[in-house]
Write a protein that binds this ligand. Structure first.
Ligand SMILES: [Fe+2]
Length: 194
Protein backbone atom coordinates (compact mmCIF):
# COMPACT_ATOMS: atom_id res chain seq x y z
CA UNK A 1 0.00 0.00 0.00
CA UNK A 2 1.50 3.34 -1.02
CA UNK A 3 1.53 5.88 1.79
CA UNK A 4 -0.57 8.33 -0.22
CA UNK A 5 -3.45 5.88 -0.43
CA UNK A 6 -3.80 5.71 3.36
CA UNK A 7 -6.78 7.42 4.90
CA UNK A 8 -5.41 10.82 5.90
CA UNK A 9 -6.94 14.30 5.93
CA UNK A 10 -6.82 15.75 2.40
CA UNK A 11 -4.71 18.79 3.39
CA UNK A 12 -2.12 16.58 5.03
CA UNK A 13 -2.03 14.21 2.05
CA UNK A 14 -1.56 17.17 -0.33
CA UNK A 15 1.35 18.50 1.69
CA UNK A 16 2.93 15.04 1.73
CA UNK A 17 2.66 14.68 -2.04
CA UNK A 18 4.35 18.05 -2.47
CA UNK A 19 7.16 17.06 -0.10
CA UNK A 20 7.67 13.61 -1.62
CA UNK A 21 7.55 11.80 1.72
CA UNK A 22 4.85 11.21 4.34
CA UNK A 23 4.16 13.43 7.32
CA UNK A 24 5.26 12.16 10.74
CA UNK A 25 1.69 11.04 11.51
CA UNK A 26 1.35 9.17 8.20
CA UNK A 27 4.75 7.55 8.73
CA UNK A 28 3.76 6.44 12.24
CA UNK A 29 0.62 4.80 10.82
CA UNK A 30 2.74 3.11 8.15
CA UNK A 31 5.23 1.87 10.77
CA UNK A 32 2.43 0.49 12.94
CA UNK A 33 0.96 -1.32 9.93
CA UNK A 34 4.23 -3.29 9.66
CA UNK A 35 5.61 -3.39 13.20
CA UNK A 36 3.62 -4.25 16.31
CA UNK A 37 6.53 -4.85 18.68
CA UNK A 38 6.29 -2.07 21.30
CA UNK A 39 10.03 -2.02 21.92
CA UNK A 40 10.81 -1.33 18.27
CA UNK A 41 8.08 1.33 18.12
CA UNK A 42 9.43 3.07 21.22
CA UNK A 43 13.01 2.95 19.96
CA UNK A 44 11.90 4.26 16.54
CA UNK A 45 10.00 7.21 18.04
CA UNK A 46 13.01 8.06 20.23
CA UNK A 47 15.36 7.78 17.28
CA UNK A 48 13.15 10.13 15.23
CA UNK A 49 13.23 12.67 18.05
CA UNK A 50 17.03 12.56 18.42
CA UNK A 51 17.57 12.65 14.65
CA UNK A 52 15.26 15.67 14.34
CA UNK A 53 16.99 17.59 17.14
CA UNK A 54 20.41 17.01 15.60
CA UNK A 55 19.21 17.85 12.09
CA UNK A 56 17.60 21.10 13.28
CA UNK A 57 20.75 22.18 15.08
CA UNK A 58 22.96 21.39 12.09
CA UNK A 59 20.52 23.10 9.73
CA UNK A 60 20.58 26.24 11.90
CA UNK A 61 24.37 26.29 12.06
CA UNK A 62 25.00 25.26 8.47
CA UNK A 63 22.05 26.45 6.36
CA UNK A 64 24.20 25.93 3.25
CA UNK A 65 24.17 22.14 3.70
CA UNK A 66 21.49 20.09 1.92
CA UNK A 67 19.44 18.98 4.92
CA UNK A 68 15.71 18.68 5.54
CA UNK A 69 15.20 18.13 9.30
CA UNK A 70 11.61 16.91 8.87
CA UNK A 71 12.72 14.29 6.34
CA UNK A 72 15.42 13.14 8.77
CA UNK A 73 12.78 12.90 11.52
CA UNK A 74 10.51 10.70 9.38
CA UNK A 75 13.49 8.65 8.17
CA UNK A 76 14.54 8.10 11.80
CA UNK A 77 11.03 6.92 12.58
CA UNK A 78 11.02 4.37 9.74
CA UNK A 79 14.62 3.11 9.81
CA UNK A 80 13.68 -0.17 11.54
CA UNK A 81 10.48 -0.90 9.56
CA UNK A 82 12.38 -3.80 7.97
CA UNK A 83 12.25 -5.68 11.28
CA UNK A 84 8.80 -6.80 10.10
CA UNK A 85 10.52 -9.27 7.75
CA UNK A 86 13.07 -12.03 8.26
CA UNK A 87 16.64 -11.41 7.09
CA UNK A 88 18.84 -8.31 7.34
CA UNK A 89 16.40 -5.70 8.60
CA UNK A 90 18.57 -2.79 7.46
CA UNK A 91 18.15 -3.87 3.83
CA UNK A 92 14.50 -4.78 4.37
CA UNK A 93 13.77 -1.23 5.54
CA UNK A 94 15.14 0.16 2.27
CA UNK A 95 13.15 -2.41 0.25
CA UNK A 96 9.87 -1.71 2.08
CA UNK A 97 10.16 2.05 1.66
CA UNK A 98 10.83 1.59 -2.06
CA UNK A 99 7.80 -0.72 -2.34
CA UNK A 100 5.74 1.91 -0.53
CA UNK A 101 6.75 4.45 -3.16
CA UNK A 102 8.95 6.57 -0.88
CA UNK A 103 12.42 6.41 -2.50
CA UNK A 104 13.43 9.70 -0.84
CA UNK A 105 13.20 8.00 2.54
CA UNK A 106 14.57 4.66 1.33
CA UNK A 107 17.74 6.61 0.47
CA UNK A 108 18.35 7.81 4.02
CA UNK A 109 17.50 4.83 6.25
CA UNK A 110 20.42 2.49 5.59
CA UNK A 111 21.92 2.06 9.06
CA UNK A 112 24.13 -0.17 11.22
CA UNK A 113 26.80 -2.01 9.24
CA UNK A 114 25.43 -3.96 6.24
CA UNK A 115 28.52 -2.86 4.24
CA UNK A 116 30.79 -4.71 6.66
CA UNK A 117 28.42 -7.71 6.89
CA UNK A 118 28.82 -8.19 3.13
CA UNK A 119 32.55 -7.47 3.34
CA UNK A 120 32.87 -10.38 5.78
CA UNK A 121 31.20 -12.57 3.15
CA UNK A 122 33.77 -11.43 0.59
CA UNK A 123 31.48 -9.00 -1.20
CA UNK A 124 32.24 -5.32 -1.49
CA UNK A 125 28.97 -3.36 -1.73
CA UNK A 126 29.75 0.38 -1.46
CA UNK A 127 26.08 1.13 -2.12
CA UNK A 128 25.47 -0.06 1.46
CA UNK A 129 27.44 2.83 2.94
CA UNK A 130 25.52 5.94 4.03
CA UNK A 131 26.52 8.87 1.87
CA UNK A 132 24.24 11.81 2.52
CA UNK A 133 24.32 13.91 5.67
CA UNK A 134 20.63 13.04 6.23
CA UNK A 135 21.43 9.32 6.20
CA UNK A 136 24.43 9.78 8.50
CA UNK A 137 22.28 11.63 11.06
CA UNK A 138 19.79 8.72 11.05
CA UNK A 139 22.68 6.26 11.55
CA UNK A 140 24.08 8.25 14.47
CA UNK A 141 20.67 8.82 16.09
CA UNK A 142 20.05 5.06 16.00
CA UNK A 143 23.22 4.54 18.06
CA UNK A 144 22.20 7.25 20.56
CA UNK A 145 18.93 5.59 21.61
CA UNK A 146 19.14 2.01 22.82
CA UNK A 147 16.54 -0.74 22.60
CA UNK A 148 14.77 0.70 25.65
CA UNK A 149 14.82 4.16 24.01
CA UNK A 150 17.30 5.38 26.65
CA UNK A 151 19.79 8.06 25.67
CA UNK A 152 23.25 6.50 25.44
CA UNK A 153 26.64 7.26 23.90
CA UNK A 154 27.69 5.55 20.69
CA UNK A 155 30.48 3.57 22.38
CA UNK A 156 28.09 2.40 25.12
CA UNK A 157 25.53 1.33 22.53
CA UNK A 158 28.17 -0.59 20.53
CA UNK A 159 29.27 -2.34 23.75
CA UNK A 160 25.61 -3.25 24.40
CA UNK A 161 25.21 -4.72 20.91
CA UNK A 162 28.44 -6.66 21.36
CA UNK A 163 27.18 -8.16 24.64
CA UNK A 164 23.75 -8.97 23.21
CA UNK A 165 24.96 -10.55 19.99
CA UNK A 166 28.14 -12.20 21.21
CA UNK A 167 27.01 -15.58 19.84
CA UNK A 168 26.50 -14.20 16.34
CA UNK A 169 30.11 -14.61 15.24
CA UNK A 170 29.71 -13.23 11.74
CA UNK A 171 27.81 -10.12 12.85
CA UNK A 172 30.35 -9.46 15.57
CA UNK A 173 33.23 -9.66 13.09
CA UNK A 174 31.36 -7.16 10.91
CA UNK A 175 30.78 -4.82 13.87
CA UNK A 176 34.48 -4.89 14.74
CA UNK A 177 35.28 -3.97 11.16
CA UNK A 178 32.63 -1.21 11.17
CA UNK A 179 33.58 0.40 14.47
CA UNK A 180 36.26 2.83 13.15
CA UNK A 181 33.89 3.96 10.38
CA UNK A 182 31.04 4.48 12.84
CA UNK A 183 33.28 6.47 15.19
CA UNK A 184 34.39 8.64 12.26
CA UNK A 185 30.73 9.20 11.40
CA UNK A 186 30.11 10.24 15.01
CA UNK A 187 33.01 12.73 14.86
CA UNK A 188 31.70 14.14 11.58
CA UNK A 189 28.22 14.78 13.01
CA UNK A 190 29.52 16.04 16.38
CA UNK A 191 31.76 18.56 14.55
CA UNK A 192 28.72 19.91 12.71
CA UNK A 193 26.75 20.12 15.97
CA UNK A 194 29.37 22.06 17.93
FE1 LIG B 1 17.29 1.16 15.23
Amino acid sequence: MAFESQRVPEGEARRSRRRGYPSYEEALRLLRSYVSDEKTLKHSIACAETAFEMAETIHRRHPELPLDPEKVRVGGLLHDIGKARPGEHELNSVAILREEGIPELADIVLHSYPYEIFLCKGEERPEYLPRSLENKIVVYADFLRDQEAREVGMEERIAGIRARKRDETERMAALKLAEPRLLRLKDEIEALLS
